[in-house]
Design a protein around this ligand. Structure first.
Ligand SMILES: [Zn+2]
Length: 281
């Protein structure tokens, strides 16, 4: 069944587990994500990133995810990840996405608040849930502007409290030291900051850049209020390695695709276990 993220994330926050948001980019990743969730009897938030629209478009993803979601009898939300302009977000809502992220985190605070408010108004009128980001999740490029001032872009707890009050957003992505892509060196996650944010903000908190953060650290983040964790890089690497391993032993590209799907599914199920998101339907 296609659902939005409101109730599943509130339940996750109350019961201290997290729901994974695997990113999808092709049919293998869609099937793998839905099958993994059915296997562990828990919901899944299927994420299509705006930066991946050249791999798969909004309309295409909506049709395929709904087709396989119904076929496998999954409980799934269809989420636009890192939406960064009004048009794309409205298009996602129009084609039946049940959840959208508006990422205005690089803009000044007041502009971030303004944009999120605007999106929340439209989205809630369509029963679509909204995620926003405050502070800025890191990048795997050490020369990027974000990484030059990494401490200064972490989420401020007082600001988070004010942001949620003003915007009425449903979930909040926080910047506590994770990075998108691969870590260079050891992850340095600010758990004290997360604890302070969670005390001031009662809505579900979201962690981006889950790949490579480490099982123990992710568990600690979940204990402290993280209810949704985005996984992209590890799934892509799992698919790539599976394809690399099998491509020399067969010319049957159909079989190679199947091994990619299986590898993504396996990798995601591992995360479901780490997140304690088993039998949650
Ligand atoms: Zn992200």
């Amino acid at each position: 069944m296609l659902i939005n993220t409101r109730n599943i994330l509130l339940e996750a926050r109350q019961n201290q587990y997290a729901i994974p948001q695997p990113n999808i980019w092709d049919i293998n990743s869609i099937k793998a994500a839905l099958k993994a969730s059915v296997e562990v009897k828990s919901p899944v938030i299927i994420g299509l990133a705006q930066s991946h629209l050249e791999y798969m478009g909004i309309e295409e993803a909506a049709i395929l995810v709904n087709f396989y979601g119904k076929k496998f009898n999954a409980e799934y939300a269809l989420h636009l990840d890192h939406g960064n302009d009004y048009q794309t977000i409205i298009k996602a809502i129009k084609y039946g996405f049940t959840s959208v992220m508006i990422d205005a985190s690089t803009l000044p605070y007041d502009e971030n608040v303004y944009l999120v408010k605007e999106i929340v108004k439209v989205a809630h009128a369509c029963d679509v849930t909204v995620e926003a980001e405050l502070g800025h999740v890191g990048s795997d490029n050490p020369n990027s502007e974000i990484m030059k001032n990494f401490q200064s872009v972490l989420t401020e707890p007082d600001e988070a409290e004010d942001f949620v009050k003003q915007t009425n957003v449903d979930s909040l992505a926080v910047a506590i030291g994770t990075v998108h892509g691969k870590y260079r060196g050891k992850p340095n996650i600010d758990l004290d900051r997360l604890e302070k944010i969670a005390k001031k903000v009662s809505i579900p908190l979201v962690l981006h850049g889950g790949s490579g953060t480490g099982e123990d650290m992710l568990k600690k983040c979940i204990e402290l209020g993280i209810s949704k964790i985005n996984i992209c890089t590890d799934l892509m690497v799992a698919a790539k390695n599976a394809i690399k391993e099998t491509m020399n032993s067969t010319d049957n590209f159909g079989d190679i695709n199947l091994t990619a799907e299986e590898a993504i599914k396996k990798c995601l199920i591992k995360y479901y276990r780490t997140f304690d998101c088993i039998n949650r339907i």
